[in-house]
Design a protein around this ligand. Sequence first.
Ligand code: NAD
Length: 245
Amino acid sequence: MRLKDKVAIITGGAAGIGLATVQAFVRAGAAVAFWDVSDKGAEVAEELTRAGHRVTFTKVTVTDSDEVLRATAAAHKHFGRIDILINNAGITRDRTLMKMTQEEWNDVISVNLTGVFNCTQAVVPIMKEQNYGRIVSASSNVAIRGNYGQTNYVATKSAIIGMTKVWALELGRYGITANCIAPGFIRTAMTDAMPEEVRKASLAHIPVGHWGEPHDIAMGYVYLSSDEARFVSGICLTIDGGAAR
Ligand SMILES: NC(=O)c1ccc[n+]([C@@H]2O[C@H](COP(=O)([O-])OP(=O)(O)OC[C@H]3O[C@@H](n4cnc5c(N)ncnc54)[C@H](O)[C@@H]3O)[C@@H](O)[C@H]2O)c1
């Protein structure tokens, strides 16, 4: 029960790594308000509530700062505090540089980058007031090694590493830590969408010889959100089976 009595907001919690993180957090004793653009979140929340966990689901797009502020205020009112923010929501719109459209560029920037900015700005006043907070965001190991066809995505995931360092400096004095996780190849809808040959080829670069599962990343979020990680701030924890160079 490493997160006993903690309250977390998790974005993009209806599927993939976000869903595994919601599940790991409630098992670790946290109350969770999770958001997603997908209606699937409602079913997830119903199931977890039936199992006796404290969860709420709200349909929120992280790109809309007003929606994010309203949902943050609602979660705060419902649970009484906000200890943890997991900035997990993210999308890909892959295309090589010269073929990438303005729309593909803007979509990824607005979810993966502006979305993280919106959610973090919304929770920090509450965390400051509590003199306690944990902010953990989804970067990617492609921020470290680059990736073919991902100018937009890599731009956002690299920016998250930088923003995390800024927040560690700005917010440490309020008892708030800021970190990010750089997952490698994790089996979710995002990686299922890749061509079969790219998925197969990825294995050759993973020293442990297998892909990761959403739970592998969720456990990193649990650690960085726990009281045990109180002296860890400004880092990017790579969880990729040894693939990043
Ligand atoms: N899967 C991987 O291999 C991998 C590797 C590195 C980093 N990541 C990062 O981890 C995070 C989760 O990835 P995943 O593989 O679980 O993806 P996924 O596509 O399986 O799930 C993402 C979830 O985010 C939601 N979402 C999308 N846009 C949103 C928005 N505007 N507002 C709120 N929710 C929104 C989706 O509906 C979905 O439920 C992403 O930030 C991704 O970039 C994933």
